[in-house]
Structures are given as C-alpha cells and as structure tokens.
Design a binder for this molecule. Structure first.
Ligand code: ADP
Ligand code: ZN
Length: 704
C-alpha cells in the first residue's frame, strides 16, 4: 500500500518538476496506474488530449528504458527535443541516421543515459544488439492506428510489431491513437498480440474548438474576412488539390499574409523548409493537402479551415484536431460546396471499396448540412452521445428558424415531376425562379405550369430548401446520372397525401464587407510581448517557440503576472528546467511591461492600483507616499482596497502579530460593522487608525 502512495507521490512530483503541471488530465492517472499494475493498454484519446504523458511520465519513474515506436521522423525528433529540454534523457533511432550514430546512441542507452528511446518501426531490427543489455520496462506504440488497414494511415512496417509481445512477454505495452473505430481497435489489439489489454477510451469532445460550416461560394473573400479578425494567429487551410494549395497561398501572400503551400509534390527539402518555418512562427498560414500535419506537434495552431469538403469524418476530425492542442479556444471553418461533393463521389466510385467510401462521404455531407448542434452529429459518429447542445458551433450560436415548408416542397417536387426527373438541382431552381437563361429556353421550360412559381424565395434559399429536402429523404440525387433529381417514396406522400414538411430558414451572418484598412497591428498586450520574447529566444536557441512555453502558459502569465521566482514556477507548464532556463527573462519582461504601462497610461490605471503595484515591487508605504505625494494613510486605504480583490498583496506585512491578535479578539467581541472610531476608542487610542483599517480588511476577507 505504502508503495502505491510513494509511487503516486513520485509521479506527481515528476509531473511538476519535468512537465510543470500540478494535476493530471482526465484519464491520464488511470492509464498510468494500469501500466504500473503490469497491464497492456489500448488508449484512445483525441489529439491534444495528452497521450504522451501517459508513457513519458512513467518512463521517468520506471527502472531501465521505455521504448517508443513512432511512425514519423519529424515527430520523433520533436518529442525527443522536447524531452531533453525539460531534463528527461531521450534519443531516437531511425533511417535518417548512419550506423555510427546508432552505435553512439546504443552505448549511451547501455550506460543508462536515456529514459526513453524512440524507434521507427523500420529500424527495430537495429536494436538487436542492445536489447539483451538493458531492461525494457515499457513499450509505447504511438499512432497505433497505422497498424490497421482499416485505419486511414496504414503503414506496412507497423504490421511487424506483433513480435514485441512474444519477445517481451512481461513488459507492458501501451498502444495509443487519436482515431480508431471499433473495427480498427480490435485489429490493433489482434495484430499486437495483446492477450488481455485494458481499453481506455476518452471522450472525443474537444470543447475548445468552435465548429462553423459555410457555403463554398466566394471562399477566398470569406477567408480574408476570417483572417482579418485574426492577425498573427497561426492556422492551416486544407485544400484537396496541390494546385489549390498553391493558388490559395499566392492569393493570401498578395494580400500581405505570410502564407506558404505544402503538398506531396514538393521536394523533401522544400517541405521541411515550410514545416520548420511554420513551427517557428516565421510563417503564419500553411495551405496544405492532407499530407501536412501528422508530423506537427505545434500546440498553438489557432484555427483550421477546410477549403474543400473532406472525404470522411475521421480525416476531418483529425485535421481540425490540430488546432488548439494547448487547450485554448480555437476556430474551425468548413466550406461546403456541391461541386466538392460530386468530385469526391467520383473518387469514391473509382476506389476499391466504393460502398464504404460513399457511406463515409455521406456522413460527412450530413455533418456539413446539419440543422442541429454539429458537435452532436460529429460525436455521434464516434459513438458518443452528447447530452446537451454544445453552444460552440454555428448552429447553436445562430439556430435556424423552422417553418411550414409544405407548399415550398410541393412546388419543388411538382417541378421535378414536370421535367421528368431529368434535371439537376440548379435547373430545378431556375425553373422555380422563372429564369430566362439559354438552357431553360432551349428546353422550352417556360411552358411548364410550375415555371416561375417560386419567385418568392431567392436562388440561394431554394438551393438550401432542396438540400434540406434531400437530407429529409424527399429527393434523391442520382450522382451517377449527371446528378439529376428524382422522387422518392416519401415525396409521393407530400404530393398526394398532404403530408407536411418542415424547412429551416438559415440565418446567415450579414456578409462583412472587406475593409481597405491596413491589417490590424499587433495588440499591445503582455501576451504579445511574451510571445515576442519567446520568438526571440526560439530563434537564438533554435528551439520551436511552442517548446519553450505553450500559448496557454503565456496566457496564464498574462493573467497572473508572476514577478517572483516562486510565483513564476506556479505557472502551469513551468517545470524546474524551464524555470532555470527562461524564468529570469520572462519575469524581467513581465515587470518591464508593467512599469512601461504605468508610465505610458497613468490615467488608465486606477490610483489605488498604482500604489499597490509599487508596494508589490517592494516599496514601503512611506516611499510610495513620498513618490506619489499622497498621504501615507491614503496609500494604506489604497492597499486595503486592492487586497479585497487580490490577496496576493502582502498586506499582513504592515501589521504586527500582537496588534493583529488584539484586533481579532476585538473583532469577535464587537460587531464587525463597527466604525474605525469604535475600535480606536475600544483600544483607548493605543492602536492607530491605519493599523485598524489593515486588520479589519484582513479579517473581513478571511471571514468571507
Ligand atoms: P496528444 O499526443 O494526445 O495529441 P499531447 O501529449 O501532445 O497530446 O498533449 C497536448 C498538450 O497538453 C501538450 O501541450 C501537453 O503538454 C499538455 N498536457 C498534457 N498533459 C497535461 C496535464 N496533465 N496538465 C496540463 N497540460 C497537459
Ligand atoms: Zn452545437
């Protein structure tokens, strides 16, 4: 029992010392305990959920070596750099190295210099020489879905990992992934030969990601609007085609954004260049195909846009998951267009498992066209039921208004009948709206009895209604046949059996007009200052900015304004090594910013706060009074006022213990609401007004 308590204490201590965190995230502790109990573990946790700590922290406590199988060289390097930066010995072995480098790593492994060794599956064979000379206490298999052909990133070398359990039968294995449906999960466990693993499935909900879907018309302008509100924030724009990424990146560059394209058609070096520039915050936006992102651990991606509809929800969810890994709110925007759907449908029909692909695309489309909370739709795909609407998707924020759309539906369906179910959506809308274009005239559709009966609604609204009717099963789109619209069993009920239809009026945000104003300047906030400091340090030391501190840590510094070593080390994400390396610079910047602000905007800071700030810097009441030409008693009343909302102010330094004791006694005897004078008299003028005021403030706050 005491062994368990010791271990728990040790784990918590290492969590703070190395990683700078004081508590576990949901699931982490349970998973770690299960490792120590000797179980094999299958961990499903969304991106950003905190998988790495589940094996990195145990590695710091376990004897010997933790082996980490990881599929991507870039990711491996990133993790190893990160571990070394917080004082945990780690190295990697992959095909980018020479045999000599391998040997150097191995001799250090044998001498016990490393707690973790990252290995690419292709390079496992190279380990033969050392496994007999070291104790392997834990084996972690990262991105475990790569083992399964069911998953979406299948990697043949992963299928050879089954031997690990036979070779190290008593070493716990932990397999981790962010995406795995039931079939994939089963497949992973099977292929790894895990006899009886514990499965840990975390919620897939990423509350900090906002979800928005907009129609695909006029995308570039909508993107520029979006970016206008987000100067300097890092983001990714996913496009289907290589050409798409190139042309979008150059359009954004013309608008003055630091944007670059990334796709598999670039050379290895070119891709490295873009990736590194992005990681180091040298470029703001990457326009990429899905080739980008898997090897990126950047925690401060603030937004993700899908320029085109993704082909399935797994991919979509993983891609938006790259935003907001640091837990801060981040935005996602998906553009939905029918042209995309039709193209994806063609791809799917050319693929080996056409039915599966089409079904997956259909779910994606349903998500994009949802009229109820999108997060519910998304999570239900992963088998998770969300009880309440999320409040952080476009539907929750601007719920559609439903109305009796029976007449609309009847008009549309009759039109489909009149054209013998031979026309696509656009033509049906043209007929309803009484359009006079060439196509209509050629086919003589002006003669139809339904021609022009839908003038009351706009073209876009009609398109929306037809999409909704399709989703309700009232219309079928024959994608194989030029996407002509056909009737269904249900549509007959509307036409002939008076069944009612509900349609939603989509409330779109008034379109913002792109102003010609210059791009917003960087805000003069402490956060921005700290960000710049981080960027400078990152360039000087050639370490990615987010590996110095996450955005979340900088935000906390902005909020808490730590000005002493002790306060600074309380910030989440500040471990021992980070404190030693960066504490001084950051504290200096925080104090400097504070002073500067006071000097430049004296009038904006309330006078009591100015006194309190000076006091916090270590000035005495007399010094502050002299400096500000204000009575000491007034300074004390300032400090008391600030203390009521900020107990970090060391107000108790201004009163002796004896006086405080005496006052405490009096406070309990007298009614707490007595005036200062009352106390003054009570003590027969032996305790002065200032001291009474201080004591009463301390006592009132402590009794709140
Ligand atoms: P995943 O591998 O699941 O995508 P990571 O392991 O990269 O996620 O963790 C995501 C972020 O959350 C990282 O910045 C990490 O430092 C942070 N994190 C992990 N565990 C904790 C914790 N217990 N408290 C605070 N932050 C944490
Ligand atoms: Zn919602």
């Amino acid at each position: 029992m005491s062994e368990i308590i010791d271990r728990k204490r040790q784990l918590l201590e290492n969590l703070k010392t190395y990683f700078g965190y004081t508590s576990f995230r949901t699931g982490q502790e349970e998973i770690i305990n299960s490792i120590f109990e000797g179980h094999d573990n299958m961990v499903i946790m969304p991106t950003g959920g905190g998988k790495s700590i589940c094996y990195q922290l145990p590695a710091t406590v376990l004897p010997g070596l933790t082996l980490v199988i990881s599929p991507l060289i870039a990711l491996m390097k990133d993790q190893v750099d990160g571990l070394n930066a917080i004082g945990i010995g780690a190295a990697y072995i992959n095909s980018s190295q020479q045999a000599g480098e391998h040997n150097e790593v191995f001799s250090k492994v044998i001498s016990g210099e490393f707690k973790l060794l990252y290995v690419a599956p292709e390079s496992l064979a190279a380990l033969k020489g050392i496994v007999d000379n070291v104790t392997i206490s834990l084996i972690a298999i990262d991105e475990a879905h790569c083992i399964s052909a069911w998953g979406h990133d299948f990697r043949p070398a992963y299928t050879k990992l089954g031997f690990l359990k036979n070779r190290f039968p008593s070493t716990p294995i932990i397999a981790l992934t962010a995406t795995a449906d039931k079939a994939t999960r089963g497949d992973i466990i099977n292929q790894l030969n895990l006899p009886n693993p514990k499965e840990h499935i975390s919620s897939f909900d990423r509350k900090n990601l906002s979800l928005t879907v907009r129609s695909g018309t006029d995308r570039v302008r909508k993107i520029l609007d979006f970016l206008d509100d987000r100067p300097n924030e890092s983001g990714i724009i996913y496009c289907t085609s290589r050409k798409g990424t190139e042309s979008l990146a150059s359009k954004l560059a013309t608008e003055g954004f630091k944007a670059k394209a990334y796709h598999a058609g670039l050379t290895y070096d070119e891709r490295e260049l873009v990736q590194n520039a992005y990681i180091n915050d040298d470029i703001q936006i990457v326009c990429a195909t899905v080739a980008f992102g898997m090897g990126i651990d950047k925690s401060n991606v603030r937004w993700v846009i899908h320029y085109n509809l993704p082909k399935n929800i797994e991919g979509y969810y993983q891609e938006i998951g790259r935003a907001g890994r640091d837990g801060l709110s981040s935005d996602t925007l998906l553009f939905h267009s029918y042209a995309d759907v039709i193209q994806l449908q063609k791809f799917a029909m050319d693929s080996a498992n056409e039915d599966v692909q089409l079904a997956k695309l259909d779910r994606m489309k349903q998500y994009a066209e949802a009229l109820s909370c999108r997060r519910k739709v998304l999570l239900s795909y992963f088998g998770e039921i969300l009880e309440e609407d999320c409040g952080n998707c476009d539907i929750c924020k601007r719920p559609p208004k439903f109305f009796d759309g029976t007449v609309h539906a009847q008009k549309a369906l009759s039109t489909i009948v009149r054209v013998n179910e031979s026309e696509n959506m656009a033509t049906i809308v043209d007929v309803l709206r009484g359009s006079q274009n060439a196509n209509i005239q050629e086919k003589n559709y002006q003669q139809l009895s339904t021609y022009g009966i839908g003038k009351e609604a706009s073209w876009k609204d009609w398109q929306q209604y037809l999409i909704q009717m399709t989703n309700q099963g009232l219309i079928e789109i024959a994608f194989h046949e030029n996407s002509r619209l056909r009737l269904t069993e249900l549509s007959k009920k509307i036409l002939f059996e008076k069944q009612k239809v509900q349609l939603a009026h989509i409330v779109t945000k008034p379109e913002k007009v792109l102003s010609a104003k210059p791009k917003a300047k960087k805000a003069d906030t402490l956060f921005e200052h700290l960000r710049e400091l981080r960027l400078r340090l990152s360039r000087e030391s050639n370490i990615p900015a987010y590996q110095i501190f996450s955005d979340a840590a900088l935000k906390e510094m902005e909020r808490e304004r730590p000005m002493t070593d002790e306060d600074f080390s309380q910030i989440s994400g500040v471990g021992k090594r980070k404190m030693e390396t960066y504490g001084y610079e950051f504290i200096k910047a925080i104090i400097g910013f504070h002073k500067n602000k006071r000097a430049t905007s004296k009038s904006k800071i309330p006078t009591y706060q100015v006194s309190a700030d000076l006091f916090l810097e270590g000035k005495s009441v007399a010094e502050i009074a002299a400096k500000r030409s204000i009575q000491p008693s007034t300074i004390i009343s300032h400090l008391c006022k600030v203390y009521e909302t900020n107990q970090k102010l060391p107000l108790d330094e201004l009163i002796s213990l004896d006086d405080l004791k005496a006052m405490t006694k009096a406070y309990e005897q007298l009614d707490e609401n007595q005036s200062l004078k009352h106390y003054f008299d009570h003590f027969e003028e032996k305790i002065d007004y200032e001291t009474i005021r201080i004591a009463l403030t301390l006592l009132k706050v402590s009794h709140q």
